[in-house]
Ligand binder design. Structure first.
Ligand SMILES: [Zn+2]
Length: 358
């Protein structure tokens, strides 16, 4: 007996010399292995809920809506099944339905009745988006209304700014964007979201808003917006595909992450209140770096292609919709997003309302 203990002590002294850290963790000194069992905190839903590091809820989500001219329109977007074009007279009803589900923030995109090279319907006070802002705010004063500020839905060439020859002219675009943002604020938007990726646009918009007396209107800047293949379905929805060329001359190269930090830093210096990374799922590393570097309120746009991929796989029976959606959104939040713009928002809200838990 005594000899057995001696042997055990001897053995444990040997192993301490060999690998002290491992020994204390694995519990070889006591003879029980393993001492640490990670599975203890995974045994029941209650304990998993208690120790979960990242929580996702409806307060994190922003839902995009597309407003079109006309009346009585609720038309499904072919490339975005489950998403619709709404006419102004229907959009406030839809906003009320969303509010009942618990959605508290909307991001509005507008499709104008007519397009021209300048995109002048973008700052027209009676265009669909401006009318939709007024209709939603009248019906639901507490609904946070954010507006997309860009020209690509409004220009006949589909680029995000004013063209000089075949080039998008950065500096000539800035006053047009500023004018658009002021028009949205005048209609009652709580926040404007420039998505064009022109240099200096956040500063130009901030100055224009302040001069027009809209000092409280916030700016959510699409700071790191990549030239991504995942916007494909959106271009159908917004009718904004460029008629020639692409957007690589102003949107970011997918290979760059340090450059995203510079973009965010510039937007912060120009007065952005929230910064954004777009798309979300292929750029989770960028989200994490932005959040860690600047500690800014950080948004992620879970874009149309990310939505379409899950929808298509679900339709084929390859993925379980609820758990796949939840896991993707949770992953975006865990990577550093405080806010997530997502087409899934109403579905998630409905699932939660019927008592579903991931
Ligand atoms: Zn654009």
């Amino acid at each position: 007996m005594a000899q057995g203990i001696t042997e055990q002590v001897q053995h444990s002294e040997d192993s301490r010399r060999r690998a002290p850290a491992l020994e204390s963790v694995a519990g070889q000194a006591t003879g029980a292995f393993p001492v640490v069992r990670m599975r203890r905190l995974r045994r029941s839903a209650v304990v998993r809920d208690l120790v979960r590091e990242t929580a996702l809820d409806l307060d994190d989500l922003i839902y995009p809506l597309f407003v079109v001219p006309g009346s009585g329109i609720q038309r499904e977007i072919p490339s975005l099944p489950g998403q619709y074009h709404w006419s102004v007279d229907r959009v406030a009803q839809e906003a009320e339905r969303l509010a009942h589900l618990g959605i508290r923030a909307l991001l509005l995109f507008g499709i104008p009745a007519s397009k021209d090279p300048e995109g002048s319907q973008a700052w027209c006070d009676t265009a669909p988006v401006q009318q939709a802002i007024r209709a939603i705010k009248a019906a639901l004063p507490d609904m946070l209304v954010i507006t997309d500020v860009c020209l690509c839905e409004y220009t006949s060439h589909g680029h995000c700014g004013h063209l000089s020859g075949q080039e998008v002219d950065n500096d000539a675009t800035l006053p047009l964007l500023a004018r658009t943002a002021v028009s949205h604020a005048r209609a009652g938007a709580d926040m404007v979201a420039p998505s064009d990726m022109m240099d200096g646009r956040v500063g130009a918009i901030r100055r224009a808003l302040d001069e027009a007396g809209f000092t409280e209107t916030a700016i959510m800047a699409y700071s790191a917006k990549y030239a991504s293949a995942f916007y494909g379905p959106f271009r159908d929805a917004a009718g904004s595909a460029p008629s020639f060329g692409n957007r690589r001359g102003y949107q970011m190269d997918p290979g760059n992450a340090a450059e995203a930090l510079r973009e965010v830093q510039l937007d912060m210096a120009e007065g952005a209140d929230i910064v954004m990374v777009k798309p979300a799922l292929p750029y989770l590393d960028v989200l994490r770096r932005v959040k860690d570097t600047f500690a800014m309120p950080t948004a992620a746009y879970n874009v149309s292609g990310e939505y379409a991929m899950i929808r298509a796989a679900v339709d084929r029976g390859w993925l379980d919709e609820r758990t796949a959606v939840w896991e993707s959104l949770l992953g975006i939040k865990r990577a550093g997003a405080d806010l997530i713009i997502t087409y899934w928002a109403p579905q998630v809200a409905a699932w939660l309302q019927e008592g579903w838990r991931p």
